[in-house]
Design a protein around this ligand. Structure first.
Ligand SMILES: [Fe+2]
Length: 438
Protein backbone atom coordinates (compact mmCIF):
# COMPACT_ATOMS: atom_id res chain seq x y z
CA UNK A 1 0.00 0.00 0.00
CA UNK A 2 1.43 3.41 -0.85
CA UNK A 3 2.43 5.67 2.03
CA UNK A 4 -0.01 8.43 1.12
CA UNK A 5 -3.03 6.10 1.11
CA UNK A 6 -1.94 4.51 4.37
CA UNK A 7 -1.66 7.98 5.90
CA UNK A 8 -5.18 8.96 4.87
CA UNK A 9 -6.61 5.65 6.13
CA UNK A 10 -4.95 6.14 9.52
CA UNK A 11 -6.16 9.73 9.78
CA UNK A 12 -9.71 8.76 8.76
CA UNK A 13 -9.75 5.87 11.23
CA UNK A 14 -8.71 8.20 14.04
CA UNK A 15 -11.36 10.77 13.25
CA UNK A 16 -14.21 8.39 12.76
CA UNK A 17 -13.32 6.42 15.88
CA UNK A 18 -12.66 9.17 18.36
CA UNK A 19 -13.45 12.59 16.99
CA UNK A 20 -16.57 12.24 14.88
CA UNK A 21 -19.92 13.45 16.17
CA UNK A 22 -21.24 10.07 14.98
CA UNK A 23 -19.82 8.77 18.25
CA UNK A 24 -21.92 11.35 20.15
CA UNK A 25 -24.93 10.18 18.15
CA UNK A 26 -24.48 6.64 19.37
CA UNK A 27 -23.95 7.77 22.95
CA UNK A 28 -26.93 10.11 23.07
CA UNK A 29 -29.19 7.82 21.10
CA UNK A 30 -30.69 10.54 18.91
CA UNK A 31 -31.84 10.07 15.37
CA UNK A 32 -30.96 12.14 12.35
CA UNK A 33 -32.85 12.77 9.14
CA UNK A 34 -30.88 11.32 6.23
CA UNK A 35 -28.27 13.78 4.96
CA UNK A 36 -27.88 14.56 1.28
CA UNK A 37 -24.87 13.72 -0.87
CA UNK A 38 -21.47 15.39 -0.61
CA UNK A 39 -20.83 17.96 -3.32
CA UNK A 40 -17.21 17.89 -4.53
CA UNK A 41 -16.22 21.09 -6.32
CA UNK A 42 -13.23 20.82 -8.70
CA UNK A 43 -10.89 23.64 -9.71
CA UNK A 44 -11.64 24.76 -13.28
CA UNK A 45 -8.72 27.06 -14.11
CA UNK A 46 -4.96 26.73 -14.45
CA UNK A 47 -2.56 26.14 -11.55
CA UNK A 48 -1.86 29.86 -11.29
CA UNK A 49 -5.51 30.91 -11.44
CA UNK A 50 -7.04 31.94 -8.12
CA UNK A 51 -9.38 29.54 -6.39
CA UNK A 52 -11.23 29.51 -3.05
CA UNK A 53 -11.48 33.30 -3.07
CA UNK A 54 -13.05 34.75 0.04
CA UNK A 55 -13.17 38.15 1.72
CA UNK A 56 -13.61 39.29 5.29
CA UNK A 57 -13.76 42.56 7.21
CA UNK A 58 -10.32 43.55 8.50
CA UNK A 59 -10.53 46.56 10.76
CA UNK A 60 -12.14 49.89 10.00
CA UNK A 61 -12.81 50.39 6.27
CA UNK A 62 -10.58 47.47 5.22
CA UNK A 63 -11.15 44.03 3.76
CA UNK A 64 -8.86 41.01 3.69
CA UNK A 65 -8.92 39.02 0.46
CA UNK A 66 -7.73 35.43 0.48
CA UNK A 67 -7.25 32.88 -2.27
CA UNK A 68 -5.25 29.77 -3.06
CA UNK A 69 -3.05 28.92 -6.03
CA UNK A 70 -1.49 25.58 -6.81
CA UNK A 71 1.36 27.50 -8.44
CA UNK A 72 3.76 28.71 -5.74
CA UNK A 73 5.16 31.51 -7.91
CA UNK A 74 1.99 33.59 -8.11
CA UNK A 75 2.40 36.95 -6.42
CA UNK A 76 0.16 37.85 -3.45
CA UNK A 77 -1.24 41.00 -4.99
CA UNK A 78 -4.75 42.35 -5.52
CA UNK A 79 -5.70 44.94 -8.09
CA UNK A 80 -9.01 46.69 -7.49
CA UNK A 81 -11.24 49.59 -8.39
CA UNK A 82 -14.84 50.78 -8.52
CA UNK A 83 -15.28 50.07 -12.25
CA UNK A 84 -15.11 46.61 -13.85
CA UNK A 85 -11.71 46.00 -15.46
CA UNK A 86 -10.39 49.37 -14.31
CA UNK A 87 -8.06 48.82 -11.39
CA UNK A 88 -6.62 51.99 -9.92
CA UNK A 89 -5.10 50.41 -6.81
CA UNK A 90 -2.70 47.53 -6.30
CA UNK A 91 -1.77 46.07 -2.91
CA UNK A 92 0.74 43.35 -2.17
CA UNK A 93 0.15 41.12 0.84
CA UNK A 94 1.57 37.90 2.19
CA UNK A 95 1.15 34.16 1.83
CA UNK A 96 1.31 31.01 3.88
CA UNK A 97 0.97 27.26 3.47
CA UNK A 98 0.68 24.30 5.79
CA UNK A 99 1.28 20.59 5.90
CA UNK A 100 -0.91 17.94 7.43
CA UNK A 101 0.52 14.44 7.31
CA UNK A 102 1.15 13.80 3.60
CA UNK A 103 -0.84 16.78 2.39
CA UNK A 104 0.75 20.12 1.48
CA UNK A 105 -1.58 23.01 0.84
CA UNK A 106 -1.38 25.34 -2.12
CA UNK A 107 -0.09 28.87 -1.67
CA UNK A 108 -2.64 30.65 0.54
CA UNK A 109 -2.61 34.37 -0.22
CA UNK A 110 -3.78 37.21 2.04
CA UNK A 111 -4.05 40.83 0.95
CA UNK A 112 -5.59 43.56 3.08
CA UNK A 113 -7.01 46.40 1.03
CA UNK A 114 -8.41 49.80 1.89
CA UNK A 115 -9.48 52.29 3.03
CA UNK A 116 -12.71 51.47 1.21
CA UNK A 117 -15.95 53.40 0.90
CA UNK A 118 -19.00 51.94 2.64
CA UNK A 119 -21.86 50.34 0.66
CA UNK A 120 -19.73 50.34 -2.50
CA UNK A 121 -19.05 47.61 -5.04
CA UNK A 122 -15.38 46.97 -5.77
CA UNK A 123 -14.07 44.88 -8.66
CA UNK A 124 -10.86 42.97 -8.08
CA UNK A 125 -8.41 40.50 -9.53
CA UNK A 126 -6.15 38.16 -7.55
CA UNK A 127 -2.51 37.49 -8.41
CA UNK A 128 -2.62 39.51 -11.62
CA UNK A 129 -4.62 36.92 -13.55
CA UNK A 130 -7.77 34.90 -13.80
CA UNK A 131 -11.37 36.07 -13.58
CA UNK A 132 -12.57 39.33 -12.09
CA UNK A 133 -14.43 39.17 -8.78
CA UNK A 134 -16.48 41.81 -7.02
CA UNK A 135 -17.68 42.47 -3.49
CA UNK A 136 -19.88 45.04 -1.85
CA UNK A 137 -18.69 46.71 1.36
CA UNK A 138 -21.19 46.91 4.23
CA UNK A 139 -22.99 50.19 4.93
CA UNK A 140 -21.55 52.57 7.54
CA UNK A 141 -24.94 53.07 9.17
CA UNK A 142 -28.26 51.27 9.63
CA UNK A 143 -30.01 49.46 8.08
CA UNK A 144 -27.77 46.44 7.65
CA UNK A 145 -28.59 42.77 7.07
CA UNK A 146 -26.70 39.66 8.12
CA UNK A 147 -27.09 36.12 6.82
CA UNK A 148 -26.43 33.68 9.67
CA UNK A 149 -25.61 30.04 8.93
CA UNK A 150 -23.97 27.43 11.16
CA UNK A 151 -22.56 23.95 10.54
CA UNK A 152 -22.39 24.48 6.82
CA UNK A 153 -20.55 21.49 5.36
CA UNK A 154 -20.53 20.76 1.63
CA UNK A 155 -23.54 18.67 0.71
CA UNK A 156 -26.52 19.19 -1.55
CA UNK A 157 -28.22 20.72 1.51
CA UNK A 158 -25.33 23.18 1.79
CA UNK A 159 -25.76 24.15 -1.85
CA UNK A 160 -29.49 24.62 -1.26
CA UNK A 161 -28.91 26.80 1.83
CA UNK A 162 -26.35 28.95 0.02
CA UNK A 163 -28.64 29.39 -2.98
CA UNK A 164 -31.41 30.57 -0.65
CA UNK A 165 -29.00 32.93 1.14
CA UNK A 166 -27.83 34.33 -2.20
CA UNK A 167 -31.32 34.76 -3.62
CA UNK A 168 -31.86 37.92 -1.56
CA UNK A 169 -29.31 40.65 -0.88
CA UNK A 170 -27.49 40.92 2.43
CA UNK A 171 -24.35 42.66 3.70
CA UNK A 172 -22.33 40.28 5.86
CA UNK A 173 -22.29 36.49 6.28
CA UNK A 174 -21.86 35.18 9.85
CA UNK A 175 -20.88 31.56 10.56
CA UNK A 176 -20.78 30.28 14.17
CA UNK A 177 -18.48 27.33 13.48
CA UNK A 178 -18.14 24.05 11.57
CA UNK A 179 -17.23 25.02 8.04
CA UNK A 180 -16.02 22.29 5.71
CA UNK A 181 -16.43 19.04 7.67
CA UNK A 182 -13.12 18.02 6.09
CA UNK A 183 -12.29 16.23 9.35
CA UNK A 184 -8.61 15.89 8.52
CA UNK A 185 -9.14 14.99 4.85
CA UNK A 186 -7.43 18.16 3.66
CA UNK A 187 -8.56 18.13 0.00
CA UNK A 188 -12.08 18.64 1.35
CA UNK A 189 -11.00 22.05 2.67
CA UNK A 190 -10.07 22.96 -0.91
CA UNK A 191 -13.36 21.64 -2.24
CA UNK A 192 -15.28 23.62 0.41
CA UNK A 193 -13.39 26.80 -0.50
CA UNK A 194 -14.42 26.36 -4.13
CA UNK A 195 -18.05 25.58 -3.26
CA UNK A 196 -18.49 28.74 -1.20
CA UNK A 197 -16.40 31.03 -3.45
CA UNK A 198 -19.33 32.60 -5.35
CA UNK A 199 -20.76 33.78 -2.01
CA UNK A 200 -17.59 34.29 0.05
CA UNK A 201 -15.87 36.33 -2.68
CA UNK A 202 -18.77 38.77 -2.97
CA UNK A 203 -19.75 39.49 0.66
CA UNK A 204 -17.55 39.45 3.77
CA UNK A 205 -17.60 36.09 5.56
CA UNK A 206 -16.95 36.30 9.29
CA UNK A 207 -16.47 32.89 10.89
CA UNK A 208 -15.48 31.33 14.18
CA UNK A 209 -14.32 27.81 14.87
CA UNK A 210 -16.36 24.69 15.66
CA UNK A 211 -15.28 21.23 16.74
CA UNK A 212 -14.83 20.19 13.09
CA UNK A 213 -12.10 22.79 12.71
CA UNK A 214 -9.93 21.32 15.50
CA UNK A 215 -8.28 18.45 13.55
CA UNK A 216 -6.16 17.60 16.58
CA UNK A 217 -3.95 14.54 16.27
CA UNK A 218 -2.17 13.49 19.49
CA UNK A 219 1.56 14.21 19.65
CA UNK A 220 1.80 15.22 15.97
CA UNK A 221 -0.75 18.08 15.90
CA UNK A 222 -1.66 18.55 19.58
CA UNK A 223 -2.89 22.14 19.18
CA UNK A 224 -4.99 21.58 16.07
CA UNK A 225 -6.55 24.24 13.81
CA UNK A 226 -3.75 23.95 11.22
CA UNK A 227 -6.03 24.17 8.20
CA UNK A 228 -8.54 26.56 9.76
CA UNK A 229 -5.96 29.09 10.92
CA UNK A 230 -4.08 28.96 7.63
CA UNK A 231 -7.16 29.23 5.42
CA UNK A 232 -9.61 31.40 7.36
CA UNK A 233 -7.61 34.20 8.92
CA UNK A 234 -10.00 36.55 10.71
CA UNK A 235 -9.27 40.10 12.01
CA UNK A 236 -8.03 39.03 15.43
CA UNK A 237 -5.01 41.33 15.53
CA UNK A 238 -7.25 44.23 14.52
CA UNK A 239 -9.36 43.56 17.63
CA UNK A 240 -6.57 43.15 20.17
CA UNK A 241 -6.81 39.35 20.27
CA UNK A 242 -3.73 37.15 20.11
CA UNK A 243 -5.56 34.19 18.57
CA UNK A 244 -7.48 33.60 15.35
CA UNK A 245 -9.88 31.55 17.50
CA UNK A 246 -11.60 34.61 19.01
CA UNK A 247 -11.93 38.24 17.91
CA UNK A 248 -14.43 41.06 17.48
CA UNK A 249 -15.35 43.70 14.94
CA UNK A 250 -17.67 46.65 14.44
CA UNK A 251 -19.93 46.99 11.45
CA UNK A 252 -22.50 49.78 11.01
CA UNK A 253 -23.78 50.20 14.61
CA UNK A 254 -23.12 46.66 15.82
CA UNK A 255 -20.27 45.24 17.86
CA UNK A 256 -19.88 41.54 17.07
CA UNK A 257 -17.81 39.14 19.16
CA UNK A 258 -16.75 35.79 17.72
CA UNK A 259 -15.84 33.57 20.67
CA UNK A 260 -13.93 30.29 20.70
CA UNK A 261 -15.66 27.24 22.17
CA UNK A 262 -12.60 25.05 21.49
CA UNK A 263 -9.83 27.06 23.10
CA UNK A 264 -9.42 27.97 26.77
CA UNK A 265 -12.15 30.14 28.24
CA UNK A 266 -11.65 29.86 32.01
CA UNK A 267 -10.96 32.93 34.13
CA UNK A 268 -7.19 32.59 33.78
CA UNK A 269 -7.30 32.15 30.00
CA UNK A 270 -6.15 34.68 27.41
CA UNK A 271 -9.60 34.56 25.83
CA UNK A 272 -11.30 35.51 29.11
CA UNK A 273 -8.92 38.42 29.65
CA UNK A 274 -9.45 39.63 26.10
CA UNK A 275 -13.24 39.34 26.45
CA UNK A 276 -13.28 41.46 29.63
CA UNK A 277 -11.26 44.14 27.89
CA UNK A 278 -13.28 43.99 24.69
CA UNK A 279 -16.63 44.31 26.50
CA UNK A 280 -15.34 47.18 28.66
CA UNK A 281 -14.42 49.08 25.50
CA UNK A 282 -17.86 48.80 23.90
CA UNK A 283 -19.42 52.21 23.38
CA UNK A 284 -23.20 51.75 23.14
CA UNK A 285 -23.57 55.22 21.66
CA UNK A 286 -21.44 54.10 18.72
CA UNK A 287 -22.60 50.46 18.62
CA UNK A 288 -26.03 50.22 20.27
CA UNK A 289 -26.19 46.51 19.41
CA UNK A 290 -23.84 43.84 20.79
CA UNK A 291 -24.02 40.36 19.27
CA UNK A 292 -22.01 37.23 20.16
CA UNK A 293 -21.36 34.11 18.09
CA UNK A 294 -19.91 30.87 19.41
CA UNK A 295 -20.19 27.22 18.48
CA UNK A 296 -21.40 24.97 21.33
CA UNK A 297 -24.73 26.43 22.59
CA UNK A 298 -25.12 27.50 26.21
CA UNK A 299 -28.87 26.84 26.04
CA UNK A 300 -30.19 23.83 24.18
CA UNK A 301 -33.25 21.59 24.62
CA UNK A 302 -32.11 19.08 21.99
CA UNK A 303 -30.65 15.79 23.23
CA UNK A 304 -27.79 16.28 20.76
CA UNK A 305 -24.68 17.77 22.38
CA UNK A 306 -26.55 18.33 25.62
CA UNK A 307 -24.41 20.13 28.17
CA UNK A 308 -21.37 20.57 25.89
CA UNK A 309 -21.50 24.38 26.18
CA UNK A 310 -22.07 24.32 29.94
CA UNK A 311 -18.52 24.89 31.18
CA UNK A 312 -18.12 27.88 28.85
CA UNK A 313 -21.50 29.23 29.97
CA UNK A 314 -20.45 28.98 33.60
CA UNK A 315 -17.19 30.77 32.85
CA UNK A 316 -18.47 33.60 30.66
CA UNK A 317 -22.23 34.08 30.93
CA UNK A 318 -21.94 36.70 33.67
CA UNK A 319 -19.63 38.84 31.54
CA UNK A 320 -22.06 38.83 28.64
CA UNK A 321 -24.98 39.55 30.95
CA UNK A 322 -23.25 42.45 32.66
CA UNK A 323 -22.33 43.91 29.26
CA UNK A 324 -25.99 43.65 28.17
CA UNK A 325 -25.26 41.57 25.10
CA UNK A 326 -28.39 41.54 22.92
CA UNK A 327 -28.08 38.25 21.09
CA UNK A 328 -26.03 35.04 21.23
CA UNK A 329 -25.90 32.76 18.17
CA UNK A 330 -24.57 29.21 18.39
CA UNK A 331 -24.32 26.24 16.06
CA UNK A 332 -23.24 22.63 16.76
CA UNK A 333 -26.75 21.24 17.25
CA UNK A 334 -28.06 20.50 13.76
CA UNK A 335 -31.43 22.15 14.22
CA UNK A 336 -32.97 25.56 14.79
CA UNK A 337 -33.99 26.80 18.23
CA UNK A 338 -34.86 30.27 19.52
CA UNK A 339 -35.02 31.13 23.22
CA UNK A 340 -36.31 34.08 25.16
CA UNK A 341 -33.94 36.46 26.97
CA UNK A 342 -32.10 34.38 29.60
CA UNK A 343 -29.62 34.72 32.40
CA UNK A 344 -28.50 31.75 34.49
CA UNK A 345 -31.24 29.43 33.27
CA UNK A 346 -34.03 31.88 34.06
CA UNK A 347 -35.97 34.29 31.86
CA UNK A 348 -34.41 37.73 32.38
CA UNK A 349 -35.34 40.91 30.55
CA UNK A 350 -31.70 42.07 30.56
CA UNK A 351 -30.17 38.82 29.28
CA UNK A 352 -29.38 37.95 25.65
CA UNK A 353 -31.77 36.19 23.28
CA UNK A 354 -30.18 32.80 22.49
CA UNK A 355 -30.50 31.27 19.04
CA UNK A 356 -29.10 27.95 17.79
CA UNK A 357 -28.66 27.88 14.03
CA UNK A 358 -26.60 24.75 13.37
CA UNK A 359 -28.67 23.65 10.40
CA UNK A 360 -26.67 24.87 7.40
CA UNK A 361 -26.48 21.52 5.63
CA UNK A 362 -23.62 19.31 6.79
CA UNK A 363 -23.19 15.62 6.02
CA UNK A 364 -24.36 14.35 9.39
CA UNK A 365 -28.05 15.17 8.99
CA UNK A 366 -30.33 16.76 11.54
CA UNK A 367 -30.65 16.50 15.32
CA UNK A 368 -34.25 15.29 15.45
CA UNK A 369 -34.74 14.66 19.13
CA UNK A 370 -35.94 17.65 21.15
CA UNK A 371 -36.62 16.96 24.81
CA UNK A 372 -40.17 16.72 26.14
CA UNK A 373 -41.79 18.45 27.86
CA UNK A 374 -40.45 21.57 26.21
CA UNK A 375 -38.89 24.35 28.29
CA UNK A 376 -40.80 27.63 28.73
CA UNK A 377 -37.50 29.35 27.86
CA UNK A 378 -37.52 27.80 24.37
CA UNK A 379 -39.91 29.66 22.07
CA UNK A 380 -39.43 27.89 18.74
CA UNK A 381 -37.54 24.72 17.78
CA UNK A 382 -37.39 22.65 14.66
CA UNK A 383 -34.95 20.17 13.11
CA UNK A 384 -34.83 21.40 9.49
CA UNK A 385 -32.04 22.74 7.32
CA UNK A 386 -32.11 26.47 6.71
CA UNK A 387 -30.56 29.85 7.40
CA UNK A 388 -31.26 33.00 9.40
CA UNK A 389 -31.40 36.66 8.51
CA UNK A 390 -30.84 39.45 10.99
CA UNK A 391 -31.90 42.82 9.69
CA UNK A 392 -30.95 45.70 11.99
CA UNK A 393 -33.26 48.52 11.01
CA UNK A 394 -31.86 51.17 13.32
CA UNK A 395 -30.31 51.71 16.77
CA UNK A 396 -33.22 50.01 18.52
CA UNK A 397 -35.12 47.67 16.17
CA UNK A 398 -34.09 44.46 14.46
CA UNK A 399 -36.01 41.74 12.63
CA UNK A 400 -34.87 38.13 12.92
CA UNK A 401 -36.17 35.44 10.59
CA UNK A 402 -35.37 31.77 10.12
CA UNK A 403 -35.79 30.40 6.60
CA UNK A 404 -36.37 26.67 6.29
CA UNK A 405 -35.02 25.09 3.09
CA UNK A 406 -37.96 23.88 1.12
CA UNK A 407 -37.14 22.23 -2.19
CA UNK A 408 -37.37 25.30 -4.35
CA UNK A 409 -37.67 28.23 -2.00
CA UNK A 410 -36.74 29.39 1.49
CA UNK A 411 -39.82 29.51 3.67
CA UNK A 412 -39.94 31.90 6.64
CA UNK A 413 -40.86 29.52 9.44
CA UNK A 414 -40.00 31.72 12.41
CA UNK A 415 -39.66 35.47 12.80
CA UNK A 416 -39.54 37.98 15.62
CA UNK A 417 -38.92 41.68 16.21
CA UNK A 418 -36.10 42.44 18.63
CA UNK A 419 -35.27 45.61 20.54
CA UNK A 420 -31.78 46.54 21.64
CA UNK A 421 -31.26 46.34 25.40
CA UNK A 422 -30.29 50.01 25.23
CA UNK A 423 -34.06 50.68 25.04
CA UNK A 424 -34.72 49.14 28.46
CA UNK A 425 -33.73 51.60 31.24
CA UNK A 426 -34.21 48.90 33.88
CA UNK A 427 -31.12 47.12 32.53
CA UNK A 428 -28.68 49.99 33.00
CA UNK A 429 -28.71 50.75 36.74
CA UNK A 430 -25.39 49.20 37.67
CA UNK A 431 -23.77 48.31 34.38
CA UNK A 432 -19.96 48.12 34.49
CA UNK A 433 -18.11 50.50 32.23
CA UNK A 434 -14.50 49.66 32.93
CA UNK A 435 -12.48 46.49 32.83
CA UNK A 436 -12.15 46.40 36.65
CA UNK A 437 -15.91 46.52 37.15
CA UNK A 438 -16.56 43.29 35.21
FE1 LIG B 1 -20.14 21.16 15.85
Amino acid sequence: MDQKLLGFLLVSFFFFSFNSPYSHAAKNNYLRQPPRKLVLTPHQGSKSNPQQVHVSLAGKDHMRISWVTEDKHVESKVEYGEQPGNYNAVVTGESTKYEYFFYTSGKIHYVKIGPLEPATTYYYRCGGQGPEFSFKTPPATFPIEFAVVGDLGQTEWTASTLAHVGSKDYDVFLLPGDLSYADAQQPLWDSFGRLVEPYASSRPWMVTEGNHETEIFPIIYPHGFKAYNARWQMPYRESGSTSNLYYSFDVAGIHILMLGSYTNFDKKSAQYGWLVEDLANVDREKTPWVVVLLHAPWYNTNSAHKGEGESMRKAMEKLLYKARVDLVFAGHVHAYERFTRIYDNKADQCGPVYITIGDGGNREGLAMDFEEPDSPLSLYREPSFGHGRLRMLDETRAHWSWHRNNDTDAYVADEVWLHSLTTNPACWDATPSTKDEF
